[in-house]
Design a protein around this ligand. Structure first.
Ligand code: MCN
Ligand code: CUM
Length: 788
């Protein structure tokens, strides 16, 4: 019953190939859509002639920007106070941008007809390098916005600039470093897609879509398309990975809706891999300058950070409204830093929009990488052991709840114990001995590989709201749960969050089962259908367990209190005389006299006389507005072997000690950590969305955009510490993005430790490592053509 290593309920269908994904949805009379995309990164559109495509025998409609403009749908609001073109009318602003949409009788005809659309472009010089975005002669990306004269989206700061300057002025030592967190892509296994169906009689719109946030999408459709919410149903069936890629709205979704309006038939649109990699939400692209002030023995006194954030052509980043750089200002990480300040400048470039996504926790990824790299740079500059520098600065258990220099209140944690456990599991001291021996051998013989040990310690911030501080597009980040208990004692839990592979059907059933003392197999979890679930902002920022999980648990506790009233009537005693034991109330002092949940549920629906004012049935709902985020943490140790002659890196070992508070299903938590560690190896060593100087996207297939496989991953060595969140009803913290946030720094630190280099940017491909060994690392954001 309840918490524990239960096998995933959803795998019964997934391992049999019986899942139902959006592309599996087939509706009667369904047509198929395809998107025509811009070949240019920046060009004026002189004309779009769809006539040849329209006369294709199987084409039923061609939608252009002008068709949308007639309906007032050419531009849609983004989640970040910007507008994005649905289909370009005036200009194209990145390669792969949507220009037209064909609706045809089959997928192949739709694709074929794209070639028949005649678009005349006048190429313009593109802005590819964000560091040139604010130059006076830089191409203006968003010239259509009124009064705009430069590419600045926002300037935002956090922390105390004066106190930080004072800390730096007084410090014995300052280290600084320029770091790039390159543009990467979440690359879910299933690409994005939709099936839109407008019923011309009822006016009802049903959208099957790959979305992590069905209710947020419904609100957006209502706002954009002007269809009232109660006439819109969003259904997210099974989702083959999201990683943030499926939070936002994409033009293809809206075009399918318009296609259905025009033809009266359902329209399916499924993007292919290249479309997904080229045009949907990318991640990172943060140019960071970090400075760290410290005492001579490595005690951190201050942190100062400047960031240039490349947001692409539209500001489409999905952040809580008040935080244009997300939670980046949690960059003091896991350390007791007295003074800190950051300034983030967001700019437009001629690249695909997005800027969050990929297990990012609203930019904690960039923040965590920055501080963990800086601490290693500090250790390098002071000639100290990076483990010792961390020991000297980690928050101590008695400092919690801890308010960091930029204002976040960390809820709980035992950082020293977590670090020591990781170092002990790794055998840190022996590793350093081995490293010294290997270095000697290499110096003497010029042969053999080098080895490196990299440490990272991260603090995550997950579970957004509270709604007073956190909203997206004005909608507060609180989530609902509805729990129905059927007369036979089985239950149905309806949630606003949406699993993309995280196993919610299992863990949420376990949470309710634990509270009600019934079997998780008797709890059906319903998500991903706005007709059947309560409002809430969905799954991202690892908020499902901290927010929806709390809602589910509290709804179950309400059910239990209702059950107490019913049991009291049934057993003819006062409710105060009843004692709860898992799944059953019994009369105090008489264990035999009791009633099980099943008996109580039946009684609640029977002719049993209940006290005045008690309505019967056991169903309950809860809307959970979290009082704070939860702050999981972890200590990671990565061991790599590096061939300095070829730059080849082999990750030999990876030790990960995670603290996500109480674990509902330890097996699922470990699976989440495994996935995130693989992400970390991918980003640190191989993943990169690169562009050439014309703005051509150079990573539009898995031949170019490299993802890690089991071959690159070691057998993970996991450990845990458990400090429950004091404000979560069961002490759970989120974990879904922890390892992705925490692991890249450990890998990078390990590689640089092996070759004795102070800093080189990700991805540490063999070429990059080799160049770093030679003393001239590359900037990986530059075009491949410019790399020699
Ligand atoms: N869990 C648990 N005990 C805890 C914390 C979590 O048993 N103390 C369980 C949860 O109940 C849930 C899973 O672990 O089944 C992840 O929970 P949580 O940390 O709440 O994260 P979310 O469910 O909100 O998932 C979102 C998070 C994000 S934002 C990204 S991005 C990401 C990630 O999850 N995308 C994923 N992990 C992913 N895993 C898969 N397979 N696919 C994705 O797209
Ligand atoms: Cu930022 S990727 Mo997850 O939050 O869906």
């Amino acid at each position: 019953m309840g918490h524990g290593r239960m096998l995933r309920k959803e795998d019964a269908r997934f391992v049999r190939g019986r899942g139902c994904f959006v592309d599996d949805v087939t509706l009667p009379g369904m047509l198929h859509g395809a998107v025509l995309r811009s070949p240019y990164a920046h060009a004026r559109i002189l004309s779009v002639d769809p006539s040849a495509a329209e006369s294709h025998p199987k084409v039923r409609a061609v939608i252009t920007g002008d068709v949308l403009a007639e309906r007032g749908l050419a531009w849609m609001p983004t989640l970040s106070h910007d507008v994005a073109a649905v289909l370009a009318t005036d200009k194209v602003r990145y390669q792969g941008q949507e220009v037209a949409f064909v609706v045809a009788e089959d997928r192949y005809a739709a694709r074929d007809a794209l070639a028949l659309i005649d678009v005349e472009y006048e190429p313009l010089p593109p802005l590819v390098d964000a560091r040139r975005a604010l130059d006076p002669d830089a191409p203006l990306v968003r010239d259509e916005l009124d009064g705009r004269t430069d590419n600045r989206i926002f300037d935002w700061e956090s922390g105390d600039a004066a106190a930080t300057d004072a800390a730096f002025a007084a410090a014995a030592h300052v280290s600084s470093c320029d770091l790039l967190y390159p543009r990467v892509h979440p690359a879910p296994l299933e690409t994005c897609g939709t099936v839109a169906s407008v019923d011309r009689v009822t006016g009802r719109l049903t959208v099957h879509a790959t979305t992590q946030a069905p209710h947020a999408h419904r609100v957006l459709y209502a706002t954009v398309a002007g269809i009232p919410e109660h006439k819109i149903r969003i259904v997210a069936p099974d989702i083959g990975g999201g990683f943030g890629n499926k939070v936002g709205m994409y033009p293809g979704y809206l075009c399918a809706v318009v296609g259905s309006m025009l033809t009266g038939a359902p329209v399916k649109w499924t993007e292919d891999r290249s479309e997904n990699l080229m045009s949907t939400s990318f991640a990172r692209d943060y140019h960071m300058r970090g400075e760290i002030a410290a005492t001579a023995d490595g005690r951190i006194l201050g942190l100062r950070v400047r960031v240039l954030a490349d947001h692409g052509a539209f500001n489409g980043t999905a952040q809580p409204s008040k935080f244009p750089a997300g939670f980046f200002h949690i960059f003091t990480g896991s350390y007791d830093v007295p003074a800190a300040h950051c300034r983030v400048t967001g700019v437009y470039t001629n690249k695909a929009p997005g800027g969050v996504a990929y297990a990012c926790s609203f930019r904690v990824t960039e923040a965590s990488y920055l501080v963990e790299r800086l601490v290693d740079v500090l250790a390098h500059d002071l000639g100290l052991d990076p483990a010792d520098v961390r020991r000297r600065n980690l928050l101590r258990p008695e400092q919690f709840p801890y308010r960091c220099a930029t204002g976040w209140e960390y809820d709980s944690g035992d950082y020293p114990r977590t670090l020591e456990l990781a170092l002990e599991m790794a055998g840190y001291d022996q590793l350093r001995c081995e490293q010294a021996a290997r270095r000697r051998e290499h110096a003497e013989t010029g042969r053999g590989t080098l080895m490196g040990v990299g440490i990272s310690f991260f603090t995550e911030a997950v579970g957004a709201g509270p709604r007073k501080q956190m909203d997206i597009a004005g909608y507060g980040m609180a989530d609902g749960a509805e729990l129905r208990v059927h007369p036979t004692g089985t239950a149905e839990l309806r949630l606003s969050c949406m699993s993309q592979g995280q196993g919610h059907e299992t863990t949420f059933a376990q949470m309710v089962a634990e509270e009600l003392g019934i079997s998780p197999h008797d709890v059906e979890v319903v998500q991903g259908d706005t007709d059947r679930t309560p409002f809430g902002l969905g799954t991202y920022g690892s908020r499902s367990t901290p927010v929806s999980g709390a809602a589910a648990v509290l709804a179950a506790r309400k059910v239990r209190e209702r059950a107490r009233i019913v049991a009291a009537a049934l057993l003819e005693v006062s409710g105060d005389d009843l004692v709860w034991e898992k799944g059953r109330f019994h009369v105090r002092g008489d264990r035999e006299a009791g009633a099980s949940m099943r008996e109580i549920a039946l009684a609640a629906h029977s002719d049993l006389e209940l006290p005045d004012g008690v309505e019967g049935h056991l169903d309950a709902t809860c809307v959970y507005n979290p009082p704070n985020l939860t702050f999981p943490c972890g200590a990671y140790v990565c061991v790599v072997d590096v061939d300095p002659g070829t730059g080849q890196v082999v990750v030999r070992r990876f030790v990960a000690v995670d603290d996500c508070g109480v674990r509902i299903n330890p097996m699922i938590v470990e699976g989440q950590v495994h996935g995130g560690l693989a992400d970390g190896i991918g980003m640190a060593l191989m993943e990169l969305v690169a562009f050439d100087r014309d703005g051509n996207h150079l990573g539009a297939s898995f031949m170019d955009y490299l993802l890690p496989t089991a071959v690159e991953c070691p057998s993970w060595e996991l450990g845990e510490t458990v400090t429950p969140s004091p404000h979560h009803p069961i002490g759970a913290k989120g974990v879904g993005e922890c390892a992705t946030v925490g692991s890249p720094a450990a890998v990078v630190n390990a590689v640089l430790d092996a070759i004795g280099v102070r800093h080189a940017d990700m991805p540490l491909t063999p070429a990059q490592v080799w160049r770093a060994v030679q003393g001239s690392p590359l900037r990986t954001d530059l075009a491949i053509g410019e790399r020699s």
